[in-house]
Design a protein around this ligand. Structure first.
Ligand SMILES: NC(=O)c1ccc[n+]([C@@H]2O[C@H](COP(=O)([O-])OP(=O)(O)OC[C@H]3O[C@@H](n4cnc5c(N)ncnc54)[C@H](O)[C@@H]3O)[C@@H](O)[C@H]2O)c1
Ligand SMILES: [Zn+2]
Length: 361
């Protein structure tokens, strides 16, 4: 088991990466007469892993299980309220602890629930998708979607620990695995050239879920994120680079109603689009651009989608990174580094959108 510490201004907690971590989760939670535990998961994940997970808890100290239906369209405030009612009815109080057992949707929503339930209770993350392990479970961002955009309601609320169990990925569909790998490629592009090179050179091994290769990718991705979040918890500067590919990626998700693409796939399109701008501005050279595009495509195929430039532009305009009318945009700077630019022109954004739409059809 590997331990990666996350140290921010407001929180300090471990991320554990390894195989067969359920017993450690139970030990960490310490259910007692005065501390009750609740699990938020989805019926699908629970059918696969529930029995095994519960078996790690003492028979007379079992957590209560609550369900959230799968799918981005359920990452909404109405579900937070429903689950809060269920928590209250089940007797949860300030000292209760919640386990978010699922992918990024469950982690984001359950994390937000614990941020506001009785003004805040403890929770831990047990991410079950690769995307959640390498990205969403670390860093304390929690929240839900509005009809007008992703994650527009939320809060910073860190878990007390994260348990990234690689065994859980055995049941993950291939497409979900690849979607998570796109966020790891992003981690490499923006801050870890060694990780990028490893992913570039070990495509087959990683896609075949070789445990050692996966562990290496997961540990490096988490390390990168922990470091960035430690330096800039509230996204006033550096943390923005984590959003490489996300301005247009989020716009694509909104424009396709969250139905057509997985988050990681939309972000991969967003990274390719931003890469065009980076190439034109020469923040990446032709050889670097080719390697980035080839590596993203190697972990594909990227499903296509249809939209209009106007729709994507409007959705991109609502980006949370924009402040006081300034449009912020992340560009890779070579491989292993990224910059935030504030002078992106309409023409540049328009060209990137047209490039993407012509290839995504
Ligand atoms: N908070 C953050 O910093 C942050 C960062 C990145 C993404 N996110 C959010 O994460 C969400 C996407 O997360 P995701 O990609 O994990 O999607 P997800 O939570 O929808 O899970 C993907 C699918 O995989 C299934 N699944 C999960 N674990 C499984 C397993 N072990 N075996 C078999 N099937 C399994 C789920 O039932 C679901 O259908 C988005 O809402 C995104 O906004 C948040
Ligand atoms: Zn993302």
């Amino acid at each position: 088991m590997r331990t990666i510490p996350v140290k921010t201004a407001s929180a300090d907690y471990p991320v554990y990466v390894g195989r067969g971590l359920f017993a450690q989760v139970s030990r960490h939670i310490q259910i007692s007469a005065t501390r009750s535990a609740y699990i938020v998961t989805s019926p699908e994940i629970w059918a696969l892993w529930g029995k095994k997970f519960l078996a790690a808890f003492p028979r007379d100290r079992q957590p209560t299980v609550l369900f959230l239906p799968a799918g981005e369209r359920h990452k909404r405030l109405s579900q937070v309220e429903r689950l809060a009612v269920e928590l209250a009815q089940a007797g949860a109080d300030r000292s209760s602890i919640l386990i978010a057992f699922g992918g990024g949707i469950i982690g984001d929503l359950a994390g937000f629930l614990t941020a506001i339930f009785m003004r805040g209770i403890d929770y831990i993350q047990v991410p079950t998708t690769l995307l959640a392990q390498v990205d969403s479970s670390v860093g304390g961002k929690t929240g839900v979607n509005l009809a007008t955009g992703k994650n527009l309601i939320g809060s910073f609320h860190h878990p007390t620990a994260v348990f990234a169990d690689i065994d859980l990925l055995q049941t993950l569909p291939d497409r979900e695995l690849r979607a998570g790998l796109f966020e790891s490629i992003k981690a490499g592009i923006i801050r870890d050239a060694t990780l990028f090179r490893f992913m570039e050179q070990n495509v087959d091994k990683i896609l075949a879920r070789d445990p050692a290769a996966l562990e290496r990718v997961i540990v490096a991705s988490i390390r990168m994120k922990a470091q960035v979040v430690g330096l800039d918890e509230r996204e006033s500067g550096l943390r923005m680079i984590l959003n490489y590919g996300h301005t247009l990626g989020h716009a694509i998700e909104v424009a396709t109603d969250y139905r057509k693409l997985l988050h990681g796939e939309a972000i991969a399109w967003g990274m390719l689009a931003a890469l065009q701008i980076a190439s034109a501005r020469k923040t990446v050279g032709p050889d670097q651009a080719r390697r980035i595009e080839q590596t993203l495509r190697a972990y594909g195929p990227l499903p296509g989608f249809r939209s209009t430039p106007a729709k994507l532009l409007a959705a991109a305009g609502r980006d949370k990174k924009n402040r006081a009318g300034i449009r912020r945009f992340i560009l890779p700077k070579g491989i292993g580094n990224a910059i935030v630019v504030e002078d992106l022109s309409d023409a540049e954004l328009d060209a990137a959108i047209h490039w993407t739409l012509s290839r995504a059809r």
